[in-house]
Design a binder for this molecule. Structure first.
Ligand SMILES: C[S@@+](CC[C@H](N)C(=O)[O-])C[C@H]1O[C@@H](n2cnc3c(N)ncnc32)[C@H](O)[C@@H]1O
Length: 230
C-alpha cells in the first residue's frame, strides 16, 4: 500500500494495532463524552446543521433516524412536532441508545433499535429518513450498501435529511478530517479513512435538492433531498 503522507502511515499502523488488541467496533467507549467533545470542537455548528433540516419533517410522518447518537435530536424534533410522529431510532452503539432512551420526545412514539443499520431487516417504510453524520463512518462500498438499504426504505417523494462533513481544498479542514479519522478509527474501530462520495449516490438515484446550506466555513453540508417517483 502506498501512503501520501507519514500521517497516513501512522494512522494505518495505529489502526492495525488497535484492531489487533481490541474487538470494539462501535461508539460505546466515547458515548458518555461524545456531545461534549463535539461542542468543544465545533461549538453549536453541528447542532445548527441538524436543526436546519428538521423543519422539513411533515406532521404525523414516519421517521427513520440512523446514527442519531445520544438522542438530543429527538428533543429538537419535539420542539417542532410535540406529538404525532412515529420514529424508529437506530444506532449501532448500545450506550448511545441507552442515552437516547432518556430523552424527552414528548408525544412522539419512538422505537429504539441498538444495531448496525446494515445488519437488520428494514423495520418499515418511511416518509422521512435522517442520517446525521452517519455516512462519514463508511468506506465508499459500505456507504453504497447502506444507501441502497435506506433508499428502499423511503417512500416515493419521501424526504431524506442528510448532513455530514464535506471534502474541501481548505488546508485546516483537510487536516481536521485526518485527525478526526485517526481518532474515530482508534476509539470506535471505524474502517473508513476518507469521506465517501455520498452526493454522487443521491444524484444517481434521482434525488432532488429541496434545500441546502453549509456550516463551519463550508466544511459541513446539510441538504434536504426529495426522492423521485420510481
Ligand atoms: C459521528 S456520530 C454522530 C452522532 C449524532 N448524529 C450527532 O451528530 O451528535 C455517528 C453515530 O452513528 C452511529 N453509527 C455508526 N455506524 C452505524 C451503523 N452502521 N448503523 C447505525 N448507527 C451507526 C454511531 O454509533 C454514532 O452514534
Amino acid at each position: 500500500m502506498s501512503y501520501v503522507t507519514p500521517f497516513d502511515y501512522l494512522s494505518d499502523s495505529i489502526y492495525f494495532w488497535i484492531r489487533t488488541i481490541s474487538v470494539k467496533r462501535n461508539y460505546d467507549s466515547i458515548a458518555w463524552f461524545y456531545d461534549r467533545l463535539s461542542r468543544l470542537v465545533y461549538g453549536q455548528a453541528l447542532v445548527k446543521a441538524q436543526q436546519y433540516l428538521l423543519a422539513a419533517i411533515p406532521a404525523n410522518s414516519r421517521v427513520l433516524i440512523v446514527g442519531g447518537g445520544t438522542g438530543w435530536v429527538l428533543e429538537e424534533i419535539a420542539k417542532i412536532h410535540a406529538a404525532g410522529l412515529s420514529i424508529t431510532y437506530v444506532d449501532s452503539s448500545p450506550k448511545m441508545i441507552a442515552l437516547a432512551r432518556e430523552r424527552n420526545a414528548c408525544g412522539n412514539k419512538v422505537t429504539f433499535i441498538a444495531a448496525a443499520i446494515e445488519a437488520i431487516e428494514p423495520p418499515d417504510v418511511y416518509d422521512v429518513v435522517l442520517t446525521p453524520f452517519l455516512f462519514d463512518n463508511f468506506t465508499d462500498a459500505g456507504m453504497r450498501k447502506v444507501f441502497a438499504y435506506l433508499n428502499n426504505s423511503l417512500e416515493p417523494r419521501g424526504i431524506w435529511l442528510f448532513c455530514d462533513f464535506r471534502k474541501t481544498d481548505v488546508f485546516w479542514q483537510r487536516a481536521m478530517l485526518k485527525v478526526m479519522y485517526l481518532f474515530f478509527r482508534m476509539s470506535c474501530g471505524i474502517e473508513a479513512k476518507e469521506l465517501p462520495k455520498t452526493e454522487e449516490c443521491f444524484a444517481e438515484c434521482g434525488y432532488k435538492v429541496k434545500k441546502h446550506e453549509t456550516f463551519v466555513k463550508g466544511f459541513v453540508v446539510s441538504t434536504v433531498y426529495e426522492k423521485g417517483v420510481e
